[in-house]
Design a protein around this ligand. Structure first.
Ligand code: SF4
Ligand code: SF4
Length: 302
């Protein structure tokens, strides 16, 4: 059981069986504007987005992560009934909204899956390990004529040329969080609705997550110091990396963020008092309705 592995792969939604490759394996492929299939892959786009992808798209579009999510993504489930994921929004025919005749309109900041195509990342984690192992997938689809070109490079060279190495490094901890959830199975350790909301916000919506982290109640719960708040006020990457730590703490109980002494006890006491108050109000409402019903019945009979 200890060597059982769980995998997460960046999507290549294709009926073609992928070939598994290692970083040093060779790849014969080149994509350029002169290929006869120019834009074919973006016309049927199935692009799962990672946390760092959203930050780069936000920078490119000069907007907020909340707006990127609203205008350019659609939700899906990374795991049936489990972790929320997002994909790039397409038109009704499946074409990416960033596609133009000239190519990709967000090219310098295009997502991880777009950089990899026609390959993909395969991240695997053994049940007893805290780090993932990486290998790569290659899909040779008939419509993709880049495979007929002469350029030969290793997978690692291809990753470097596509600028995807940093993307993988920044997202690596997030892949491990998703893989760790996958290893707990569909029911065992099912995260609460609240922790899934935290996962979504801390994975994809840095601007909302920033408001959460800098709120009074968060500051009263965690002991993080002024220096931390100064950094995360403006640094999306630092905030994203902090979000990974917080997710591990909330989802898996890996305590690495210092808590203010007694804060949780105080908050649970406050929560209990609020729940008690709500219950009392519900009982009062219920009694009031019953009294009104009774009065209406009596009056109706007289
Ligand atoms: S983001 Fe760019 S590269 Fe990716 S599918 Fe859209 S147009 Fe193609
Ligand atoms: S060669 Fe492949 S990756 Fe390049 S445009 Fe054609 S289908 Fe897309």
């Amino acid at each position: 059981m200890s060597d059982e592995k769980f995998k997460f792969d960046l999507p290549i939604d294709s009926p073609v069986e992928p070939i598994r490759l290692q970083a040093e394996d060779k790849l014969k492929f080149r994509c350029h504007k002169g290929v006869s299939c120019w834009n074919a892959c973006c016309s049927k786009a199935n692009v799962t987005l990672t946390p760092y992808d959203i930050i780069r798209l936000k920078q490119h579009l000069g907007t907020t992560t909340t707006e990127v999510l609203k205008n350019h993504t659609v939700p899906f489930e990374l795991d049936a009934g489990s972790m929320p994921g997002i994909k790039l929004r397409t038109d009704n025919d499946g074409a990416c909204l960033f596609m133009t005749d000239e190519g990709c309109s967000v090219y310098e900041n295009r997502p991880t899956a777009c950089r990899y195509y026609p390959s993909g990342l395969l991240s695997m984690r053994a049940i007893d390990k805290n780090i993932d192992e990486r290998s790569f997938l290659l899909i040779k689809e008939d419509h993709c004529k880049g495979h007929d070109e002469d350029q030969i490079q290793t997978v690692q060279e291809y990753r470097e040329n596509q600028g995807v190495v940093d993307y993988d490094d920044y997202n690596r901890e997030w892949y491990v969080i998703v893989l760790k959830k996958r290893s707990t199975g569909p029911t065992i350790g099912k995260p609460s609705e609240m922790s899934l909301q935290l996962f979504f916000m801390a994975s994809y919506d840095m601007d909302r997550f920033r408001r959460f982290v800098t709120s009074d109640s968060f500051r009263k719960t965690y002991n993080l110091g002024d220096g931390f708040y100064q950094v995360v006020e403006s640094d999306d990457l630092a905030l994203m990396q902090f979000g990974f730590k917080l997710m591990r703490q909330v989802l898996y109980g890996e305590l690495s963020i210092p808590e203010v002494e007694g804060a949780w006890e105080k908050r649970s006491q406050e929560r209990e008092e609020i729940l008690k108050m709500r219950k009392e109000i519900e009982v009062m409402e219920h009694d009031k309705n019953k009294e009104e019903e009774l009065a209406a019945t009596i009056l109706g009979e007289t």
